[in-house]
Design a protein around this ligand. Sequence first.
Ligand SMILES: [Zn+2]
Length: 300
Amino acid sequence: MTRNPNDELLHRVQTIRVALRHGRPSPHKPLLLLLAIGRHFSGQQRLIAYGEIEGDLNGLIRRFGLPDSRENAHYPFWHLTNDRLWELDRPDLVRTTTSGDPYLSDLREHDIRGGLTQDFVYALDSNPDFSWRVVGNLLSTYFPPSLHQNILESVGLVGRVGPSWPVGTMPRQDARDPRFRQAVLQAYMSRCALCELDVQVAGQPIGIEAAHIKWHCAKGPARVDNGMALCVLHHKFFDAGLFTVLTDFTVLVGGLASGNSVQESLNKYGGSVLQVIPERSDQRPAANFLRWHEEAVFKA
Ligand SMILES: [Zn+2]
C-alpha cells in the first residue's frame, strides 16, 4: 500500500527521538519544531543562523522545559536533523564531541544555518489540515492542555495554522475521561484545592478544573489520587511548575513568577497546607504522583 507523503511526514513528527527524564519526554526538539513552524507562518526565511534562534529557543526551554533542563538550544538544533525534519547548511564545519554533540562555538562562529526540510515546508504550505495535525500532535504529546495556548502564543502560532482554529479545539489524541473530572470535582467539593475558589452557575461549577498531577502525556493515570481540583488560574500555574505540593500536602512556591499580583495569587499560599483535601484518604493525592510533579515540572 502506498503511503500518503504527508502521513510519512506526520509519522516522522510522531516518532522524533527524545530523551526521557523523570518519566517525561524532553521537549527540546518539539519546541524547536514549533518555533520553526511559527517562524515559517510569519513569513520568515526557511534557514536561520543558529545565533538568531538561540535566544528564543532557550527562552522556550526555560519556560516549558523540564525544571533541570539546561538551556542548550544547540542540542535540538543539531540533533533534529536525525529525525529528517530539519537540515543544516554546512554541518561539515562543526566539530562534535565523543558523544556526538556539536561544539556551540562552531555553530556560532560559522553562522551555521538550520531550518525545516523542504518537503516538510511544502507540506505545511499546501495542506492546512496537515499543519494543524502536526502542531496539535506536538502539543498533546509533550505538554498538558492548560499550556497549549501559552506555547502557541510564544511561538507566534495563534490564529495562523488551520482553516479556523479556536484554541481548545485542537486535535487531541487523549480522549479525556469525563468520569475523571467528575470524580475529582466531587472529591474536592468543586473547590480549588489551593485557593478554595468555588463558583457555581445554576448549580454547576464554573472555572474549576480537574488537573492531572502526573500529566496525561507523561502517562499519568486518570485516577482521583492523580488529580486535584484547581481553578483555571491555579491549574495553569501548577502545570507551568510555578508551585508544587509536597507529600504532606504543603504548598511549595517557586521563584519563577513575577508580576504585581504574584503575592496575591500565589505566594501567600507557600508554606501552608492545601486549603481543600479530600476527606477520604484514598482520594488524596498519592505521594508518587506528587513526587513526579516536584521533579519533572516544579521550577524551584
Ligand atoms: Zn485557585
